[in-house]
Structure formats: structure tokens, C-alpha cells
Design a protein around this ligand. Structure first.
Ligand code: ATP
Length: 322
């Protein structure tokens, strides 16, 4: 049996490109003859019935905007067995027979729980961290990387002019992908990620000293949020080397901005795939990118997968930043 009324929501941290996914879900669903409901503020909106019926024009002029036109939230109330039951009951009352959940792994746990309560859900990975083990790519990652590179390039101008060292924290609590890619793109002397332990003397000071002997006068150290401690690190580097060192936390600027082509396309294709699955009556799936192709997996199995950090790329980065 085909799902007749579906809904779409965005949950957890916002990511550029989520709008492209929302747009694709709405347009695909409507073109298939389904009713498509937009839910504001993620699971919070399901609990409060903050839902509206979408038409083809509801998603006009959003593809180029960052953030999410459906707004997002973190809902502690939903994250309880009673909360999930209440949300499922609201869906039944409103005639919602399937939901596309755009967000990170927390949101997918919510999608799995809601499916168990009888509302089939399909997850779409939208997070700037690229931290979904089952997917090579998450919507928002490319925009965030490009923003981080632009910001570090600006820092580099001033770092270079003053012969300084700049310690820059980029986002990524458990996943160092953003730091790794940004670090390579800005030519960082050292990249610190949560997946790889580091030694202050060997991995930072010795590398700085070595490159200084060959004529390098300014240094960029990129640090993932999950490693943290950039203020202390900057102080320790300055004390040890005598090189003036400043710490900068890029923070939420990395989340905003107009999505890149890659994020608009990834959002569009993944959103289409998710709506298509619900149309075919398939729930408890997440849409992922594997070997460059968009496919879908069982949510529970996908959530059990472990992320593998690209150690090979990390080693290349270290080899060439000397
Ligand atoms: P990001 O990490 O990019 O911010 P996320 O989707 O992982 O995205 P979370 O804050 O972890 O963000 O989760 C979003 C919402 O999903 C939570 O506020 C909560 O309502 C719901 N959720 C999280 N974990 C669970 C769970 N184990 N069971 C049910 N619902 C959950």
C-alpha cells in the first residue's frame, strides 16, 4: 500500500543544503500524488502539532538559503518513550503515514523509535560534521568546509604579516573530517583530530621547528572541536617557541551561508530518494551515499556501524605540510 500523506522535518543542528532536501521531498511527494506536510522545529513540532500542508510553491526560493526553512530544534521531551508515543499518536490524528527526518544520528534514533511506534520514517543525513558512519557524505559538509577554508585564509593573511602562529578550532566533536579537509586545503602545519592522539612536542613543536629551519615564518594549526583546548595550546606553543601565537574558534559561522553546489545537489537527490521510499511504503531506512551513489539502508543497522577515519589522507596531509 502506498503512503498517502507524508511529512518532512529537520532536526538537530541545522546544515546548509537541508532546504534543498525539504524542497525535493515536497516536490517529489506532491508529484507522486501524495499530501506533504511540513513540520516546524523537528520532533518538537510533532509533539505540538506545528504542522502545515505544503504545495509546490511552499518550497520556492529556499534552495539557495542556508539554515532550514522548517526551523529545527532539540526536543528532550521527544527523547523519552512517552514523548515518542505522543508524537506517533499526533501523527495518526493528523493522518501522517510516513516522515522524512533530515538530521544527524540523534535524529535517526528518533526516526527509528517513531517507526517502532507505527509511523514509518526515512532519515536523510544533514549535518556539517560528516559524522554518519553509514554515509560517505552528509548534507552541509561541503559548505562548512568551504566556509572554514575562507575564514582560515583570512587569518592566514594576518598571521603571515606578523610572522605568527595561528591555532584555529573548527567544528567536529567526534569526527575530524572537517579539520582534516580544511587543514589540507589551507596548508596547516599540524592537524589535530579526535580520532588520532597527538604528542605536543613531536606533532606540534618539532614540526614547527623543522619547517622554521627551512625558512617558514608563519604557522597554521587546525584543531577539531572535539580536541579543543585551543587557548591553552596557543599559550603553550608561544611559551615553548617564542613565536607569537593566537587562538581562534570559528564556531557557528561554519554552519551558515548559502549552500554550495554539492550540498544543493546532495540535498536534492537524497530528498527525492527519501520521498520515493515512503511512496513505495518503505520505512525505517536511511538514505546514504556509498561509493558515490545514493542508496538506502536499515536505520538500526546503519546506526550500529562504526565510522572509519581516513588515516591515509591524514598521513598524506602530514607528509606534504613541511
Ligand atoms: P547534530 O549532531 O548534527 O546536531 P543530531 O540529529 O545528532 O544532529 P541531536 O541533538 O543528537 O542532533 O538529536 C536531535 C533530536 O533527536 C533530539 O533533540 C531528540 O529529540 C531526538 N533524539 C536524539 N536521540 C534520541 C534517541 N536515542 N531516541 C529518540 N529520540 C532521540
Amino acid at each position: 500500500m502506498n503512503t498517502k500523506t507524508i511529512a518532512v522535518l529537520t532536526s538537530g543542528g541545522d546544515a546548509p543544503g537541508m532546504n534543498a532536501a525539504v524542497r525535493a521531498v515536497a516536490r517529489t511527494g506532491i508529484s507522486y500524488g501524495m499530501r506533504v506536510m511540513g513540520v516546524r522545529r523537528g520532533f518538537h513540532g510533532l509533539l505540538n502539532r506545528d504542522v502545515f500542508e505544503m504545495n509546490l510553491r511552499s518550497v520556492s526560493d529556499i534552495i539557495h538559503h542556508g539554515g532550514t526553512a522548517l526551523f529545527t530544534a532539540r526536543s528532550p521531551e521527544f527523547n523519552t518513550p512517552d514523548g515518542v508515543k505522543k508524537a506517533a499518536g499526533n501523527c495518526r490524528d493528523m493522518g501522517i503515514e510516513g516522515i522524512v527526518v533530515i538530521g544527524g544520528d540523534g535524529s535517526f534514533r528518533g526516526a527509528r523509535d517513531l517507526t517502532k511506534e507505527g509511523i514509518p520514517c526515512v532519515g536523510v543525513p544533514g549535518t556539517i560534521d560528516n559524522d554518519i558512519a553509514a554515509s560517505e557524505y552528509t548534507i552541509g559538509f561541503d559548505t562548512a568546509m568551504n566556509t572554514a577554508v575562507e575564514m582560515v585564509d583570512r587569518l592566514r593573511d594576518t598571521t603571515e604579516s606578523h610572522d605568527r602562529c595561528s591555532v584555529v578550532e573548527v567544528m567536529g566533536r567526534k569526527c575530524g573530517d572537517l579539520a582534516l579537509q580544511t587543514g589540507i586545503a589551507v596548508g596547516a602545519t599540524t592537524i589535530l583530530v579526535p580520532e588520532i592522539p597527538f604528542d605536543f612536542q613531536t606533532d606540534i613543536i618539532n614540526r614547527m621547528m623543522f619547517t622554521q629551519k627551512t625558512g617558514k615564518k608563519h604557522f597554521i594549526i587546525v584543531v577539531a572541536e572535539g580536541v579543543g583546548g585551543v587557548d591553552k595550546l596557543a599559550k603553550d606553543i608561544e611559551e615553548k617557541t617564542g613565536i607569537e601565537t593566537r587562538a581562534t574558534v570559528l564556531g557557528h559561522v561554519q554552519r551558515g551561508g548559502s549552500p554550495t553546489l554539492r550540498d544543493r545537489v546532495a540535498g536534492s537527490v537524497m530528498g527525492f530518494h527519501a520521498a520515493d521510499l515512503l511512496y513505495k511504503g518503505r520505512g525505517n531506512r536511511i538514505v546514504v551515499m556509498q561509493k558515490g551513489k545514493v542508496v538506502d539502508l536499515d536505520i538500526t543497522e546503519a546506526l550500529e556501524m562504526e565510522r572509519v577515519f581516513d588515516k591515509n589522507l591524514y598521513d598524506i596531509a602530514l607528509k606534504i605540510s613541511i
